[in-house]
Design a protein around this ligand. Structure first.
Ligand code: NAD
Ligand code: ZN
Length: 343
């Protein structure tokens, strides 16, 4: 059942179930002077016991769960621990966790002694279909998300669907927004398949196919554009509006998860694109994702969009769809159209 996808001609992403015991057969872990695992306290509880069966002798660095820990202070603690454990340039770091751990652990691996090898083991759906592909690693700084980081490719990635069973439904469904986005920007058949059932109704075999499908779509885009000069922007569909809503929701009593905000963003951006709005809205709602704009002042949404990292010299580069399974980058949109889509 296990499958693998090659990324940037340099490493493989393995997708399957019960993959952990296979790691040492697929990667030469013997050649390293030591193995250190970086994880968070929630993942430690749910996923580390399984991991430890295959790697009984690893040193462990456990950080607090969630986005708040994704900062340079936490990286300093990781660097200090790596030093205390006597890690050298021949050490191997294994990041076990969601996108937060992969981003911060990947950043620590890129910078400690000018870079040590690392393996990514994503344990959330979002990180299996998104954060683990493409080598972007970063931390937040001065209130700006992912401001400090680099491109750093791992030795390998292992997406084990067994880890997803302990993931809260809300997190799982949120990850599905990126899955649906991949269908919308690149493959109608895939979109039809991933929206044919509710997320938790898919069998394990289906789930492997879904993750594999998403990894293939993102990997193909990354292969064309490693450093985000162009085509990688296809992945931004839903994210211009989505990021604004996500940011604004953080100051309310009901902050949205990333995928939830992207779901709403995709509905608005489908409106701007002028295609597939009702079909897309229905598919996202059926998955259990929110589709309606929260009650934010439209001016606040518009103001947030303008400060988006994706804009250049104040100009927003929209990624829009021209049909289900087809997207285009760098589209100009006039403010009337944006305002109309936000009503
Ligand atoms: N590098 C990239 O290309 C890229 C792409 C997309 C997102 N990201 C980053 O990913 C982060 C979001 O990732 P995320 O959604 O995975 O969030 P996360 O890593 O914060 O995980 C969400 C929560 O789920 C818990 N968790 C993780 N695995 C679990 C499991 N198997 N069972 C139970 N609980 C589990 C975590 O402890 C955490 O509390 C953001 O920081 C974002 O910037 C990076
Ligand atoms: Zn996203």
């Amino acid at each position: 059942m296990d499958k693998k996808i090659r990324v940037l001609n340099c490493y493989d992403i393995f997708v399957g179930s019960a993959l952990i015991p296979k790691i040492s057969h697929l990667v030469n872990t013997e050649k390293y002077s030591g193995i250190i695992i970086i994880t968070d306290s929630v993942v430690e509880k749910h996923c580390f016991p399984e991991f430890k069966k295959s790697f009984p002798k690893v040193e462990k660095i456990v950080i607090s769960p969630g986005e708040r820990a994704k900062n340079i202070e936490t990286v300093k603690k990781i660097w200090q621990k790596l030093l205390t454990y006597g890690c050298d340039r021949k050490s191997l770091i294994i990041n076990l966790g969601g996108g937060t751990i992969l981003d911060i652990g990947g950043f620590a691996a890129a910078t400690y002694m000018r870079g040590v090898d690392f393996i990514q083991i994503p344990t959330t759906l979002l990180s299996q279909v998104d954060a683990s592909i493409g080598g972007k690693v970063a931390v937040n700084f001065a209130g700006v998300k992912n401001l400090i980081g680099s491109f750093n490719q791992p030795v390998a990635v292992f997406c084990d669907i067994n880890f997803l069973s302990t993931l809260p439904d809300r997190e799982f469904i949120s990850g599905f927004a990126e899955v649906i986005k991949h269908g919308l920007i690149a493959n109608k058949k895939y979109f039809d398949f991933v929206t044919s059932k509710k997320p938790r109704e898919f069998s394990k075999k289906d789930l492997v196919e879904i993750i594999l499908g998403s990894v293939k779509i993102k990997a193909a885009i990354v292969n064309e554009d490693e450093k985000e000069a162009g085509q990688r922007r296809l992945l931004n569909f839903g994210h211009t509006i989505g990021h604004a809503i996500e940011a604004l929701s953080q100051d309310t009593d009901s902050p949205l998860l990333h995928g939830e905000a992207i779901s709403i963003g995709m509905v608005v951006e489908a409106k701007i694109s002028g295609v597939g709005v009702s079909k897309i809205k229905k598919a996202l709602a059926n998955a259990g994702l929110p589709v309606d704009l929260p009650d934010f002042p439209r001016e606040a949404v518009l103001a947030k969009i303008k400060t988006d990292k994706k804009s250049e010299k104040g100009k927003i580069n929209w990624t829009l769809i021209t049909g289900i399974g087809k997207a285009v980058i760098n589209q100009p949109v006039n403010s009337q159209t944006i305002k109309k889509a936000l009503t």
